[in-house]
Design a protein around this ligand. Structure first.
Ligand code: SME
Length: 196
């Protein structure tokens, strides 16, 4: 039973974020981690600056993509998954992400992620159930946006963001995320093609 004064119906993600993102004595905060609230607009100028700062501190793709997925998951409200799939041995393999465990391999041309990298274009899907071949890693997902990430002129990965809210990603959000991906591409250090 809840005691008087305890928040009712609070989003558990807020509590988790407070714990994970709040200032801790003696701990270095990488870039002033944000905390999103449902329905709130994302400030992409700030997000791009934070991403730049993280990439400056460590451009190696494993560290950078880990922190970038955490940054996106914390800054954008109403998400259930945010992370990366990397092109490896001719197929997409799951990389750093936030959310529930996801499908490990996605063939190029399959699902939203495989289609986005196959065509080398952003796919903004307002209703995943209407997308032929959508791969449902988390049944909570209702809409999804997938953006290719390039290294040395080739599409090397995708940024995949899922929301439990239909039609979550407006044209304005898509433009903001494209800017964020340009920042990543400028700062990331990927392994050379075929390397680890
Ligand atoms: N829905 C994606 C699969 C990845 S999960 O959403 C994390 C797709 O159709 O490619």
């Amino acid at each position: 039973m809840k005691s008087a004064g305890e928040p009712q119906g609070a989003d558990p993600r807020d509590e988790r974020k407070g714990e994970a993102m709040g200032p801790k004595a003696g701990r270095e905060e990488p870039a002033g981690m944000p905390a999103a609230h449902p329905g709130e607009k994302t400030d992409y100028d700030t997000l791009c600056r934070q991403a730049e700062e993280l990439l400056k501190q460590e451009p190696w793709y494993v560290s950078a993509l880990s922190n970038l997925s955490a940054l996106i998951y914390a800054a954008l409200p109403d998400l259930n998954w945010a992370g990366f799939y990397l092109l490896r041995d001719g197929r997409l393999t799951v990389g750093p992400f936030q959310g529930k465990p996801a499908c490990i391999h996605i063939p190029v041309g399959r699902g939203v992620c495989g289609t986005a990298i196959g065509r080398d274009e952003t796919l903004n899907v307002p209703d995943v159930h209407a997308f032929p071949g959508h791969i449902a890693c988390d049944s909570a997902s209702a809409s999804e946006i997938v953006l290719p990430v390039h290294a040395d002129g080739r599409a090397a990965a995708v940024l995949d963001i899922d929301s439990p809210r239909p039609n979550r990603f407006s044209a304005e959000e898509e433009a903001g995320l494209k800017r964020l991906v340009r920042v990543m591409e400028a700062g990331l250090r990927f392994p050379p093609a075929g390397g680890e």
